[in-house]
Design a protein around this ligand. Sequence first.
Ligand code: ATP
Ligand code: MG
Length: 450
Amino acid sequence: MHFPVPGSILEAITRLNDSGHEAYLVGGCVRDDYLGIPPHDYDICTSAYPEEIKACFQDENTIDTGIRHGTVTVVLEDYPIEITTYRADGPYSDGRRPDHVSFTHNLAEDLKRRDFTMNAMAWHPSVGIVDLFGGREDCNNHLIRCVGQARHRFNEDALRILRALRFASTLGFSIEESAADAMEERKASMKKVSVERITVELNKLMLGMNPAEVFRQYPRILFEVLPSLEPMYHCPQRSIFHCYDVWEHSLHALEDTPAELSIRWAALFHDSGKPAAITYDPDGTTHFRGHQSISTRIVEETLTKLRQPNAMIKEVTVLVKYHDERIGPDNLQQWLSKLGHPLFIKLMALQRADLGAHAPDVAAKVGNIDDLVVRANEMARSDACLSLRDLAVDGRLLVESGFGSGPFLGETLQYLLQRVINGFEPNDQQTLLSIAMKRLEEYNQRQNIQ
Ligand code: ATP
Ligand code: MG
């Protein structure tokens, strides 16, 4: 292994071995380590049956994580380790999960049921890598290949279709031809997979090194789980500002985003309302007036159906809604105030990616956005007034000066904030207090007249 295996993992393997059982590291950790990626967790598989696993760790805390499927979690040195009995999956009749699983003493049986050759390797400290299906060679060639016959494996479990796309994105690998063909053929069966599992895979795919390329190569498969994207495919975009159709433009924008989930989802969907908004001039020039609000609705509906977290949906919705807003030095402070600095920076990342995916003359303007981000960062560091928190007067001071605690207090604070943000007044306590008092006086007069 490239990376040092944690002591508690080696200890768990040794304990199982000392009791006469086989035990290997398996799956994602062996793959990642072989590829030079630090593993994020370590799974152990063993010839020991669940009760035997527990007997090896009787002095330790063990949790029956998935005892029916053979998984016991052992906590060694405060480190939870999943240990799973070698399994052979029974037949799959529902396209989602095996009808039953059976335990086995045979490592090869356990590796055979795994999805891809790169995920079907095991490792033991004194044996080294066990690679029965050419996983290392496929890793060397950057290939995702099924263990066994592709069509059969995707038939068994449709989630594997999305896992293949996810790994293609995260590892930048290609999908072996017969696997890709079988995925296309079986794509409709992804409907049987639970929405939660689909969303986990899609989010991993979106955060990969290459999500746009996966959408470019396998649009039809992805439309199956993201049908609201389909109208963008081949939707024309004829104007001096654009050199790609809506779909290609969106993928180019996606390519240029940092690996942040909300920015990436926003980039993919920012123009999803264009197909519904399209109009043509007599010469064929396209316009998409009002597409921003349609895109906003589409992305909100889509992410809600996927049961994404509410905070993420809200953020993506704001980004899509404002993706076309013209923001410059003159209104920078208002936008910073409206969105707050972190979300504003994300909006700039989206606008930059969007701009860069236009025709070269337009794309050349991305430097303006970079300048704006520098200014926004300076403003956030300085004591520029961007929110009520920064204002030189607060509600308490106004109440002490004679304001009641009703809505007029809040209105006055907002009024003062807008005056300061727009540069009409300095953020100075005396100045703002005297404006507030004048407003209060006028307010009281109006009340008396009524
Ligand atoms: P990562 O944890 O980095 O997301 P992983 O490959 O470890 O990737 P897990 O979901 O943790 O993915 O699964 C662990 C292992 O279990 C996989 O490496 C694979 O061997 C096997 N596996 C997971 N899901 C499936 C599946 N749907 N069909 C067949 N084997 C699977
Ligand atoms: Mg894993």
